[in-house]
Design a protein around this ligand. Structure first.
Ligand SMILES: [Zn+2]
Length: 164
């Protein structure tokens, strides 16, 4: 599983200005060459220049220097990714979506109804409590270690808030 991850930069991708303490800015995932790349933008540049080719984005805030606890990104970020990955067939994205579904289940956004087998493949069938509909998630043949690795990657991809 390969992920392109730049772990949250301390400056704007366009104007390269350093973010200030407690400054709000946008983080966006771009779908480039079959990998997700994260770029961070100051508000001004986001409004003027970003937008094209964005797969998913969210607002981030630079932490205060004194804050030691890393805040988890909003569940909506993960939900948005989960929805957008619905029709993806790429191996690593299928794994990604599976791990996201486990996370959303823990957050009580998805509720496991049953499992389903078709053509030698196994699926989890969830009720999407947000939209009141069912959704099917392919269960990849991942070892515990691989699930852990994907989980960690998702955390880094979305959750990293740099300190200044
Ligand atoms: Zn900028």
């Amino acid at each position: 599983m390969e992920w392109y991850i730049n772990r949250g930069s301390k400056n704007c991708f366009f104007c390269e200005r350093l973010f200030r303490e407690e400054e709000e800015y946008y983080s966006a995932l771009y779908d480039e060459d079959n990998a997700f790349t994260r770029k961070d933008f100051c508000m001004e540049c986001w409004n003027e220049k970003a937008g094209e080719g964005v797969f998913s984005y969210w607002k981030t805030k630079i932490q205060k220097k004194s804050e030691t606890v890393q805040k988890y990104a909003d569940t909506n970020v993960f939900y948005d990714l989960f929805i957008k990955l619905e029709n993806e067939n790429d191996h690593s994205r299928v794994n990604f979506r599976y791990v996201l579904s486990l996370y959303l289940m823990r957050k009580k956004i998805l509720k496991l109804k049953t499992t389903h087998k078709a053509n030698g493949n196994e699926y989890l069938v969830f009720k999407n409590l947000k939209e009141d509909k069912d959704t099917k998630v392919f269960i990849p043949k991942l070892s515990k270690d691989e699930v852990f690795a994907v989980t960690e990657e998702i955390g880094k991809l979305v959750n990293c808030i740099p300190k200044i």
